[in-house]
Structure formats: structure tokens, C-alpha cells
Design a protein around this ligand. Structure first.
Ligand SMILES: NC(=O)C1=CN([C@@H]2O[C@H](COP(=O)(O)OP(=O)(O)OC[C@H]3O[C@@H](n4cnc5c(N)ncnc54)[C@H](OP(=O)(O)O)[C@@H]3O)[C@@H](O)[C@H]2O)C=CC1
Ligand SMILES: N[C@@H](CC(=O)OP(=O)(O)O)C(=O)O
Length: 344
């Protein structure tokens, strides 16, 4: 079965990743591209400042970019991926939902809304059933599903693996790539030979979204996981790939080998864009590294290493590709799950 998909915000950093990942997708057929009024009416080649490391697919280059409005998206598009600035997404996503579109969104608005599934398919696929409640409460024919913030998604699979040892408290420090801020996010004068110890809003996203993702869903609501999370977020001059140092306090006292096993054996999911192995664990304490490890399994794997025991639990480093597993790849996987579960 072919599913016709569109991208809202198709010209941006994440939008370009969507186009790259959708090229040759087994079931998704790209049928609509939207961006701002400034890009609308232009061919995609003219409108996008293409910056990813594969050429624009020929059939996409000649497509016309529409306005980000339901009137510019054909009715027979089944699924929309959204990578708009969150202030724009908050205004326009409801227009598409009212019209019955299913939207798999990467933008941060509504991630913590009680009736909106915030999902990582390998971690909490059951939370998709919140769509029933969302439709009742908001009167939408469509459905809205969010993926988490890129720093959150880097850490949460490893925390999910640790949960069997009783997760009590998590402290995390991030070293985030410049692509996370978008193409015009930080200037070269700000970031070269430097590190920026503040990323607006990022810390609270990690502290709250992680608890929702690992929260229990009883069929009507998600109860946030009881762990405490404290985050410190920093920008460094890498291009792609967020590296994070996690200190996790646990109720049990697992050995390093037991923690490594729990991470390595954490189950994946059978979807076209999912990695074979969700968490790649290194014995070499100098890995993972952004440049060497961010592209594992097409940028969809999470890496971990440097696992050591601490007084109250363990510490380790983890890494994921922020614009693939942390953004476009995450929405794409949610889209595949929506199709698999019959919501599209
Ligand atoms: N970069 C990353 O690693 C991650 C980003 N995100 C989130 O994804 C979203 C997109 O990020 P990113 O791709 O980096 O952003 P960009 O600024 O690179 O792209 C934004 C896109 O939205 C379009 N757009 C901007 N304003 C409007 C408007 N008023 N109406 C319609 N379309 C508009 C732009 O079109 P045009 O080209 O015409 O201006 C462009 O296509 C954001 O919410 C971001 O926070 C999430 C996780 C990671
Ligand atoms: N803030 C993230 C990227 C991002 O846009 O996050 P969010 O999807 O939560 O807005 C970073 O700087 O790396």
C-alpha cells in the first residue's frame, strides 16, 4: 500500500532531512511540500538552500512549494510531517487537524499536552491510543502525534533500558551540535573556539518530556515517571550529533556488565526506518563520538559507552544524530507506527 505524505516546513534543516529519508521509502510517496509565504510558488530547488550531503532527488527538485495551509495540500494526502518553528506550528497544525489530516510533528508545541501522544516507537508505542481521547476532546477528525526534543530522544532509550534497575534520579549534561539551532541559529563568531552554556528551554524539555515518555498509560491518561531529572544543556562546535553525559541513581546495584547487557538487548521495533539494534554499546571508553558514531544505522541508532558504577547507580555517555533520530527520523518512525497501527 502506498501512503501519500506531505512535509510542512519542507525547506528547513529538518525538512531537508525528511526529503533525504523519504527518498526510496518503501511505502511513503512524497506528494506535498509547504514552507513560508516567501517560498510558496517556487520550485523546491529554488526555494530551499539545500545543505544535506546527498543531492536533492530530481522528482522533488521540480515540485512546487505551497503555502502552509490546508488549501495548498491535496485532500488525498494521508499523512503530514511537520517541521515548522513551534510558534508557527501552534497556529497552523490545528487547521490541518480540523480538516482531518494525521500530523506527525517534530515541533515542540503541545508535546506535554495531556491528550497528545509523545512517542518513540521502540519505547512507548501504546501511548498512541491517546488519539481516541484527543479526538473526543478537540473534535478533530485528524490526529496529532509528537516526537520528543532531540536531546531527550538521545537519552531516553538508555533510561528505558535502565528502568528494570529502578530509576530514581537522573542528572544529564549535554554537548549539542550546531545543527540543532537550525541554519541561522548560532553564528560562526559565536561558536568557533567556544562553547555556549545555555540553550533556551532545552533543560526543562529534557526534564519533563523524559518523564512522559517513560510514564505509564492506563488507557485514559499518562502518569509521569517518578524519577527526578535535572539537565544542563550546552552548545559546542560539532555539526551533527548530540553527546550527553548521564548520571543515573538506581534502586538496585547492577554491575557494568548487567547495564551494558540491558542496553544492548533493549528490544527494537519492526518498522521500515527502525534500526536493527536500537542501542549500540561500546566497550571502548573513548566512544561514542559525534563524528565517528552519529551515522550508525542511517543515523537512527542511539550509542552508549563509558559505563561506570557510581555510589548510587551508574554513569555513562550517550549519543544520537540530532536531525535524524532526534528530528526527521523520529517523526518518520512515528508515521510508520501510525500506519502500522491503522491510524492512517
Ligand atoms: N534542527 C534540529 O536538530 C531540530 C529541530 N527541531 C524543531 O523542528 C522545527 C524545524 O526546525 P529547523 O528545520 O531547524 O528550522 P528551519 O528554520 O531550518 O526551517 C523552518 C521551516 O519552517 C518554514 N517556516 C518558517 N516560518 C514559517 C511560517 N510563518 N509559515 C510557514 N512556514 C514557515 C520555513 O520555510 P522558509 O524556508 O520558506 O522560511 C522552513 O521550511 C523547529 O520547531 C525546531 O525546533 C527539533 C529537533 C531537532
Ligand atoms: N533545541 C534543540 C533543537 C530543537 O529544535 O529542539 P525542539 O524540537 O525541542 O524545539 C537544539 O538546540 O539542539
Amino acid at each position: 500500500m502506498n501512503v501519500r505524505v506531505g512535509i510542512l516546513g519542507a525547506t528547513g534543516a529538518v525538512g531537508q532531512r525528511f526529503i533525504q529519508l523519504l527518498d526510496d521509502h518503501p511505502t511513503f510517496e512524497l506528494a506535498a511540500l509547504t514552507a513560508s509565504e516567501e517560498s510558496a510558488g517556487k520550485s523546491y530547488r529554488e526555494a530551499a538552500k539545500w545543505r544535506v550531503n546527498t543531492p536533492i532527488p530530481d522528482d522533488v527538485a521540480s515540485m512546487t512549494v505551497g503555502r502552509t495551509h490546508p488549501d495548498d495540500v491535496a485532500d488525498d494526502v494521508d499523512l503530514l510531517f511537520s517541521s515548522l518553528p513551534s510558534s508557527v506550528a501552534a497556529e497552523v497544525e490545528p487547521l490541518f487537524l480540523d480538516e482531518g489530516y494525521v500530523v506527525s510533528s517534530n515541533s515542540s508545541n503541545d508535546r506535554m499536552a495531556e491528550d497528545v501522544p509523545l512517542t518513540i516507537p521502540e519505547i512507548n508505542p501504546g501511548h498512541l491510543d491517546l488519539i481516541e481521547i484527543q479526538r473526543e476532546e478537540r473534535g478533530w477528525d485528524g490526529a496529532l502525534v509528537k516526537n520528543p526534543n532531540c536531546s531527550t530522544i538521545t537519552m531516553v532509550p538508555t533510561l528505558a533500558a535502565l528502568d528494570e534497575f529502578g530509576l530514581e534520579r537522573v542528572n544529564v549534561t549535554t554537548l549539542q551540535a550546531v545543527s540543532g539551532a537550525g541554519y541561522s541559529g548560532v553564528t560562526s563568531m559565536e561558536i568557533i573556539d567556544n562553547a555556549l552554556p545555555h540553550i533556551g528551554g532545552e533543560e526543562s524539555k529534557m526534564e519533563t518530556e523524559s518523564r512522559k515518555l517513560l510514564g505509564a498509560f492506563d488507557g485514559s491518561e499518562v502518569t509521569l515517571h517518578g524519577m527526578e531529572v535535572a539537565a544542563s544543556c550546552n552548545r559546542i562546535p560539532t555539526l551533527d550529533g548530540h553527546l550527553e553525559s548521564v548520571f543515573a541513581d538506581l534502586a538496585d546495584e547492577p554491575s557494568v556488565d548487567e547495564v551494558a547487557r540491558a542496553m544492548r538487548e533493549f528490544p527494537g521495533i519492526d518498522l521500515p526506518s527502525a534500526p536493527e539494534q536500537l542501542i549500540h554499546v561500546f566497550d571502548d571508553p573513548s566512544r561514542p563520538q559525534p563524528r565517528l558514531d552519529r551515522d550508525r544505522e542511517n543515523g537512527m541508532a542511539v550509542c552508549a559507552g563509558g559505563i561506570q558504577e557510581t555510589t548510587h547507580g551508574v554513569k555513562y555517555n550517550c549519543l544520537a544524530h540530532n536531525t535524524i533520530r532526534g528530528a526527521a527520523g523520529a517523526s518518520l518512525l512515528n508515521g510508520e507506527l501510525l500506519v502500522e497501527e491503522g491510524w492512517v
